[in-house]
Design a binder for this molecule. Structure first.
Ligand SMILES: *[C@@H]1O[C@H](CO)[C@@H](O)[C@H](O)[C@H]1NC(C)=O
Ligand SMILES: *[C@@H]1O[C@H](CO)[C@@H](O)[C@H](O)[C@H]1NC(C)=O
Length: 210
């Protein structure tokens, strides 16, 4: 569990760095030097450009909003910012970490569906970000404007929607979920101490998750 959440958070930071590279063309010279001096089998020997393009077969399709965005050289550059990524332990461990990273970022950016051409797992890196969710800040300060689909899914503003944004897949649309109730318990306690009302839609039990 702890390992999985670590992996997920490092996946997110690497994906974030990966994305930043495209915007700012960052270079990570110190890490790059470390890389060159310490690694005889760089990531590029495990993930060749050809393999990369075959894994993310549709990333440059016209239908993908990230078309042209996630190129191989930027991936390699991004990994240099995380010199331990895919570079710790034996070859099996390294490959497993890279596979896990690709799986996590593919899920976050997938354009696939069950019957998609080439199968559901040929569509990683189709979107630039996780499927768009509103920001928790906007929700809490009244700047969230639900779409018609959000309204139909009961995703209206309130603490429950923040829970939905953070972990809705596991906690929302479920009656009396213990984790969601624990968040509500904390929120009620702190709101009471601050002397403020908790507002409406505390619970996400009746909301569809994102
Ligand atoms: C990859 O993307 C980066 C950042 O946008 C860009 O500087 C570079 O030229 C691209 N490389 C290729 C081979 O398209
Ligand atoms: C929205 O909330 C109402 C009232 O709790 C519930 O009956 C309905 O099923 C909810 N809709 C969805 C899409 O979950």
């Amino acid at each position: 569990m702890a390992h999985l959440s670590l992996l997920t958070s490092s996946s997110s930071s690497l994906l974030f760095s990966f994305s930043l590279l495209f915007f700012f063309s960052l270079t990570c010279n110190v890490e790059a030097r470390y890389w060159q001096h310490n690694n005889c089998n760089p990531i590029s020997s495990i993930v060749t450009e050809k393999l990369y393009n075959s894994l993310f077969l549709h990333k440059d399709d016209a239908a993908c909003p990230a078309k042209g965005f996630y190129n191989y050289s930027s991936f390699i550059q991004a990994t240099k910012c995380f010199p331990q990524f895919g570079n710790t332990g034996d070859m099996t461990t390294r490959k497993r970490e890279i596979a896990a990273f690709f799986a996590q970022i593919s899920h976050e950016t997938t354009g696939g569906w069950a019957t998609a051409p080439d199968g559901p797992y040929a569509w990683g890196l189709c979107f630039k970000e996780e499927k768009p969710k509103p920001s928790c800040h906007d929700v809490m300060v009244g700047r969230y404007h639900p779409t018609a689909a959000d309204i139909a899914a009961n995703r209206t503003a309130g603490f429950g929607l923040v829970t939905n944004i953070i972990n809705g897949g596991l906690e929302c649309g479920i009656p009396d979920n213990a984790q969601s109730n624990d968040r509500i318990g904390y929120y009620k306690k702190y709101a009471q101490i601050f002397g403020v009302d908790v507002g409406s839609n505390l619970d996400c039990a009746n909301q569809q998750h994102y």
